[in-house]
Design a protein around this ligand. Structure first.
Ligand code: SAH
Ligand code: DHB
Ligand code: MG
Length: 222
């Protein structure tokens, strides 16, 4: 039973029962595909999970690292409290343009700001600007830089902030100690940081579904 076909069927079943928003959200995926973006967005069920987590947190200031076409941004921004805002960091001008159009179509233009540029430049700009602290951070960009992103995310977060990091399992490759894949090294270096970081309480959960075998880190800032 445990194979990709079954995982996708189970996701389809759950989504048909629990994720009525998926049809509108599929339009985002279609426009991304037309624009030639890679289909490495979170799944519908994962997007809805981010939405539910942001609501549980009562999130008003959300930071996302890695916008792509705005699929996860829209799931998060549509969960914001009335005056809530999402800032999302994206290196690719092309991806940011696609996201901007999708976010406008979703009626969320006034809630979302896209900062274009490599996150190792836009993150320090947020620190310099002394931006108000975030209460929810979703990290989903280039995995090799996760050690930097997790540190900045903690620095920029308020106590009680929720931090989610996507793709921390990568089909089990995370346990390959001597991996020479810089993305796996980045994920493992992030776990090394977290194992010695007193400011945060974390867990990591393995997942299967329409996007294969992967997982996410879930943490709360003390
Ligand atoms: N969160 C999106 C998927 C993001 S895919 C969703 O689920 O819908 C990863 C994104 O990170 C890509 O768009 C890629 O261009 C971007 N990215 C890669 N390196 C980056 C960097 N150094 N800074 C900011 N964004 C980066
Ligand atoms: C990749 C990136 C992601 O954020 C993801 O969820 C899946 C794959 C990638 O870069 O291959
Ligand atoms: Mg991802």
């Amino acid at each position: 039973m445990s194979n990709q076909k079954t995982w996708t069927e189970v996701d389809d079943y759950f989504n048909s029962q629990l994720v009525p928003e998926k049809d509108a959200m599929n339009e985002v995926l279609e426009s991304n595909s037309e624009a030639g973006l890679p289909s490495i967005d979170v799944s519908a069920a994962q997007g809805k999970m981010l939405h539910v987590l942001a609501k549980i947190r009562g999130a008003a200031r959300v930071l996302e690292v890695g916008t792509l076409g705005g699929y996860s941004s829209i799931w998060l921004a549509s969960a914001l409290s009335k005056d809530g805002r999402l800032i999302t960091l994206e290196a690719s001008e092309k991806h940011a343009q696609a996201a901007k159009a999708n976010i406008e179509n979703a009626g969320l233009k006034d809630k979302v700001e896209i900062l274009v540029g490599p996150a190792n430049e836009t993150f320090p700009s947020l620190v310099e600007k002394e931006t108000d602290p975030f209460d929810f951070v979703f990290i989903d960009a280039d995995k090799r830089n996760n050690p930097y992103y997790i540190k900045w995310a903690i620095d920029l977060s308020a106590p009680g902030a929720c931090i989610v990091v996507d793709n921390v399992v990568r089909n089990g490759e995370v346990v390959v100690k001597d991996s020479e894949d810089p993305d796996i090294e980045g994920i493992r270096d992030m776990f090394d940081i977290l194992s010695n970081e007193p400011r945060i309480d974390s867990t990591a959960i393995q997942t299967v579904g329409s996007k294969g075998y992967d997982g996410f880190l879930l943490a709360v800032v003390k």
